[in-house]
Write a protein that binds this ligand. Structure first.
Ligand SMILES: C[S@@+](CC[C@H](N)C(=O)[O-])C[C@H]1O[C@@H](n2cnc3c(N)ncnc32)[C@H](O)[C@@H]1O
Length: 236
């Protein structure tokens, strides 16, 4: 499926969402290693799509889709699937995956802030392991943009590094997370340190206020670890 240019111009004062933040994921080497480091698993993607009720005809948008596994699995079950990412390298990898698996999703070189969805209201918008790339002020704008893509009652799914521990315990909790890194392969200790220092993960209660203010009602929340959160929301 050819790519379409679906960006709307942003003012000069807008956040530079195409500039790399934190851990380098944009180089050819980083993209080639990404699925192994991240533990990308099409079976897990299928399980998530089942949970979100994605079937043939569902219109799904995955924001910051990376190497595109979720989008490709959605397309393979007949969904109208859109993958959006600011990284040319990531999209190329995603396109190659789609071609290999004979799937035809729509790909968009665009960001959380400048993606202008024109293909009709979405039933499901997802974003995983990526919203932390934006500072909080811009996360709110990204969530407003994401909510606007959804039909009323449509589902917004978010998974990310989000902190649910008591702020008084921050040093100990983060050190514990960093110390546990790299024990099962994947990203390194230095990657985790860079994440904390240079990326913009925030507290769960901050994010929850943003979701509500974007017009999204939180239907379920889960904190499988004090450093990670999952939200399923419905657009009001
Ligand atoms: C850690 S990866 C997550 C990829 C994928 N969602 C996954 O779960 O494997 C973060 C992705 O966010 C993308 N990204 C960073 N900033 C972005 C932005 N402002 N808008 C859209 N994508 C962005 C990066 O290019 C990268 O592909």
């Amino acid at each position: 499926m050819p790519r379409s240019d679906t960006r709307h111009p942003r003012p000069v004062w807008s956040f530079r969402e195409y500039a790399p933040v934190g851990v380098d994921l944009g180089s050819a080497a980083a993209v080639a290693a990404y699925d192994g480091n991240q533990g990308t698993d099409p079976a897990a993607d299928d399980a998530l799509l089942d949970r979100l009720g994605v079937t043939a005809g569902t219109r799904l948008i995955d924001l910051a889709c990376g190497t595109g596994s979720l989008v490709v699995q959605a397309a393979r079950r007949g969904a109208q699937a859109h993958g959006v990412d600011v990284s040319e390298q990531m999209l190329r990898h995603a396109e190659a995956r789609a071609e290999r698996l004979d799937a035809a999703p729509h790909w968009h070189l665009a960001g959380f802030l400048d993606y202008a969805h024109t293909a009709g209201p979405a039933d499901v918008v997802t974003t995983r392991s990526a919203l932390h790339q934006l500072p909080d002020f811009w996360k709110q704008q990204a969530l407003v943009n994401a909510a606007a893509m959804l039909r009323p009652g449509g589902t917004f799914y978010l998974w990310d590094v989000v902190f649910s521990f008591d702020p008084a315990d921050t040093d100990a909790r983060l050190q514990h997370w960093i110390d546990a890194s790299g024990t099962d392969g994947g990203f390194t200790r230095s990657d985790y340190e860079t994440h904390v220092r240079e990326e913009f993960s925030t507290y769960a209660w901050v994010l929850e206020g943003m979701l509500e203010r974007a017009g999204l009602t939180i239907v379920s929340r889960a904190f499988p670890r004090p450093t990670h959160a999952e939200y399923v929301c419905a657009r009001r």
